[in-house]
Design a binder for this molecule. Structure first.
Ligand SMILES: [Zn+2]
Length: 176
């Protein structure tokens, strides 16, 4: 293990200009890198050999966000959602992508209202303290839960996030 850097910081650390963070996964016989729980390669469909040794690789997109206006964002990186997310430091550095949205009727949307962070193979919604708050509806749930200020929650496949009167749905690309 002498070749490993002694201080590998959190796997979500995204250094501007660096490659995507590495995560543990498995490879198909063609070498495509997949979530460790898949049985077939998501890219080519080949079965993952049983007992394939786990290895680290650059993290593929963990899924997509679908907005209520039909727009779609791939989640290779996290996102900032608001009326003016492009000016935020995380977007300027390239660590996050900007999802610029106007509020729905009778709601207010902050310049950076909510955030989606990617850690490992998982996506998390984070409230950014804007007026009106950030809301989450889990898959199969009928109600909305309001996040506490700056609270974060993991997104399950099919979760809906609401902020500023708008709704985004998280679809995982991988088994969760
Ligand atoms: Zn493959």
């Amino acid at each position: 293990m002498s070749g490993k850097p002694p201080l590998r910081l959190a796997s979500n650390a995204v250094i501007p200009g660096s490659d995507r963070p590495e995560v543990p996964g498995v490879r198909c016989e063609k070498g495509h890198f997949n979530h460790p729980k898949v049985t077939n390669c998501l890219r080519c469909g080949r079965p993952i050999p049983f007992g394939a040794p786990p290895s680290n690789g650059p993290r593929p997109s963990v899924g997509t966000l679908l907005a209520d206006d039909g727009s779609v964002w791939g989640l290779a990186r996290g996102c900032l959602i608001g009326t003016e997310p492009a000016t935020a430091a995380e977007v300027q550095s390239g660590a996050a992508q900007a999802i610029s949205m106007r509020s729905g009727a009778n709601h207010s949307m902050g310049p950076v209202h909510a955030e989606v962070q990617i850690r490992g193979w998982s996506a998390f919604v984070v409230d950014r303290g804007a007026e009106g708050g950030t809301w989450l509806q889990g898959p199969g749930s009928q109600g909305w839960d309001k996040l506490g200020r700056n609270e974060q929650r993991e997104l399950a496949n099919g979760s809906h996030v609401s902020c500023g009167g708008r709704v985004l749905t998280y679809l995982s690309a991988w088994p969760t």
